[in-house]
Design a protein around this ligand. Structure first.
Ligand code: 1HN
Length: 359
């Protein structure tokens, strides 16, 4: 090294120290020292068998009462574990959990800025109460908890109920807009008749002229029987997803909620999709059948109740290799927010060669 070079390096170092004193950093050095490794979500699976057993164990634990307690097991993406995110999350943008509501118990009323969805996996005796209305939850039902809606859960039946919670909490946290408050009582009073919210919008076909519902996100319930029947009736699908439909917000005709898109897709017997990648991240739960998804060259076999994630820009294709049974996947993604920021991109890729497995 020449003395001249040495002098230049010393000079830059000294300059950088002075910048640091001003809490600044030179963009050219940031770009030049290009070995940054931001934490990345991994494609991953949480198996129903294990999560179900762990949920039952959580159910039997002594009452874990505390502010807004829930017997919910957050599914933490190993790629993000080290990132120190405020909420353990399944993708960079979404948290998901397996929650058990034990017979006879209530999960106390609270509300938070993060929006949530519940997707029922097992058991049919639980209710979620939202802004004074109770919703009965049965397997395959989807229930929405929009931002800042009071909610508590109860299970007056004699069988545990298990569902998947998915929240936009990491996105809300990114904006430092995450806060929560307890309801003054453990449970909120029921002030509306059963079916009120769904009826107030004529089940998506009409709207009340006396209340302002247009554009709002409502605490709605979508029944499995209706959703599955809709898929059965369709005869045209997507090359990447098979028969796929989104649970729409009936007051806007748009995405399920402002931050989250929930979809249900059917892979008919023998279907092998084309591969693509997109900027949205997706959390899946297997509603019916079995199959596999190849994610960035790695094969992930799935069956009923498994939860898996396809992070942003991971190439993926879905396969149902049964010749007699259909497979159905429920999914939740951050698509609405990406679209509103004009950041949604989707790219076709070639079908992948399998070089490994996940899970
Ligand atoms: C939450 O409030 C619930 O209300 C479930 O049932 C899961 C995961 C992270 C943060 C808040 C619930 C949650 C959650």
């Amino acid at each position: 090294m020449t003395t001249e070079n040495q002098a230049a390096i010393e000079q830059e170092k000294e300059y950088m120290e002075r910048l640091a004193k001003q809490d600044s950093y030179p963009l050219w050095a940031f770009h030049r020292d290009g070995d940054r490794h931001p934490p990345k979500a991994a494609p991953w699976v949480w198996r129903w068998k294990e999560m179900r057993e762990l949920a039952y164990e959580a159910g039997r634990l002594e009452r874990i009462k505390g502010q807004g307690y829930r017997r919910a097991l957050l599914m933490q993406n190993p790629g993000l574990k080290a990132a120190g995110m405020a909420t353990p999350s399944s993708t960079k943008t979404m948290s998901s959990a397996i929650q058990i509501v034990w017979p006879g118990e209530i999960a106390e009323a609270h509300r938070h800025t993060a929006a949530a969805i519940r997707w029922v996996i097992e058991g049919s005796g639980a209710f979620t109460v939202q802004d004074g209305e109770q919703f009965r939850m049965e397997p395959g039902d989807l229930n929405l908890t929009p931002s800042f809606v009071w909610h508590d859960h109860k299970n007056p039946s004699d069988e545990p109920v298990i569902w998947l919670d998915c929240l936009d909490a990491p996105m809300v946290g990114f904006f430092d807009a995450m806060f929560q408050e307890p309801f003054p009582e453990d449970v909120q009073p029921i002030t509306k008749p059963d079916g009120y919210s769904n009826a107030s919008i004529g089940n998506g076909l009409m709207r009340s002229v006396s209340s302002e519902v247009t554009g709002r996100a409502l605490p709605l319930n979508y029944k499995w029987v209706d959703a599955y029947a809709a898929l059965q009736a369709m005869n045209e699908g997507s090359r990447y997803d098979g028969i796929i439909m989104e649970y729409t917000n009936p007051t806007t005709g748009g995405h399920t909620m402002p931050t989250l898109a929930c979809k249900l897709q059917q892979l008919r017997p023998g279907f092998h999709s084309d591969a693509h990648k997109h900027t949205s991240s997706v959390v899946y739960n297997v509603a019916k059948g079995s199959g596999s998804t190849i994610i960035d060259g790695k094969k992930l076999d799935w069956g009923f109740g498994d939860t898996f994630v396809v992070p942003s820009m991971n190439a993926h294709e879905h396969i149902n290799d049964s010749m007699s049974e259909d497979a159905v996947l429920f999914s939740m993604s951050d698509l609405p927010l990406l679209e509103s920021m004009l950041l949604y991109q989707e790219h076709h890729v070639d079908r992948q060669e399998v070089t490994g497995t996940i899970g």
